[in-house]
Design a protein around this ligand. Structure first.
Ligand code: CUA
Length: 325
């Protein structure tokens, strides 16, 4: 069901992601391939249905020709051989061309923006890397990129096979445990582009969304500078509750004692567009709701419910989380 509230719509813009509306050079050829397969498949289906109709109800002479050796050799063997071979060659060439200058080694090519995205059950760990391959910004479920510039993604998995797919920016690529797959994406216009895990990975697989936000270069530079600056989380009741309730065992908030690694980094959680990996708009209400009862919002996710927290504590916690920007 599409979101009806206009505020919600603007937050979750780009979701569900349109699959035939490319917004960059790595998605365009994939969309063309999809259209050719779709239209070609439709034409072939119509031809087959016509042949079936002739076989069932056609005049005897026509039926005889359809059942003859020539029709079988041309339509049944020659045609599929030519069409499928052509599609195979074109498809292989197309996918190879998309990967043409992607570096094969783990060496970081100087100057190219590189981000490691790790599939986790059921969210995305995002690490912006420097030229030496070290994480400089840790985030989750959201990727900021400059427009008009290719960004190289290192796709990994922490558990099972996931598949990274932001249809407007590139084809999909699997995230396989023990492997590092490289994928380039690029957005040619500023905007918000939705993504979705495209490989069944257990329980809430369908609730494993992603969002890419493409900024004009100067806005992106400002965003990056702000993210690189040390964060200064406020002290107070919310911070105390976060540490006292066990949140820090799984989550990191830089500038505090919280340094857990199992769950998403929350150092700037207040600035994220969505909660629960692309499934909810991010505000104080949804933050409180998520902490109290994430198992209803996203059944099977690995965060336990904190229903035992009294409402005023939940509110203080949500207020603090919202302030982490
Ligand atoms: Cu991750 Cu499906």
């Amino acid at each position: 069901m599409p979101p009806t509230d206009p505020g919600l719509q603007s937050v979750l813009r780009g979701w569900p992601p349109p699959v035939l509306d490319p917004a960059g050079p790595f998605a365009q050829p994939v969309t063309l391939l999809a259209w050719v397969l779709l239209l070609g498949g439709t034409v072939v289906l119509l031809v087959v249905l016509t042949a079936l109709a002739i076989a069932l109800w056609g005049k005897p002479a026509l039926r005889r020709r359809l059942g003859g050796d020539r029709a079988i050799w041309t339509g049944g063997v020659g045609f599929p051989l030519v069409v499928l071979t052509a599609l195979l060659v074109w498809g292989l060439w197309l996918t190879a061309s998309l990967q043409a200058d992607v570096p094969r080694s783990d060496k970081v090519a100087g100057g190219e923006m590189r981000v490691r995205v790790t599939g986790e059950m059921w969210w995305w760990r995002v690490a912006y890397l420097d030229d030496a391959g070290h994480t400089v910004i840790a985030d989750a479920n959201e990727l900021h990129v400059p427009v008009g510039q290719p960004v190289l993604l290192e796709l990994e998995s922490a558990d099972v096979i996931h598949s990274f797919w932001v249809p407007q920016l590139s084809g999909k690529m699997d995230m396989i445990p023990g492997r590092r797959n490289l994928l380039r994406i690029q957005a040619d216009q500023p905007g918000t582009y939705g993504g979705q895990c495209a490989e069944y990975c257990g329980g809430p697989h369908a609730l494993m969304g992603f969002v890419v936000i493409a900024h004009p270069p100067d806005t992106f530079a400002r965003w990056r500078a702000a993210r690189l600056a040390p964060s200064a989380p406020a002290a107070g009741r919310g911070a105390e509750l976060f540490l006292a309730s066990g949140c820090a065992a799984c989550h990191t908030v830089r500038g505090t004692a919280a340094n857990g690694l199992a769950g998403p980094d929350l150092s700037r959680v207040g600035s994220r567009r969505t909660l629960g990996a692309g499934i909810l708009p991010n505000n104080r209400g949804t933050l409180a709701g998520w902490v109290a009862d994430s198992q209803t919002l996203k059944p099977g996710n690995r965060m336990p419910n904190y229903k035992q927290l009294p409402p005023q504590d939940l509110n203080a916690l949500a207020e603090w989380l919202e302030s982490l920007k």
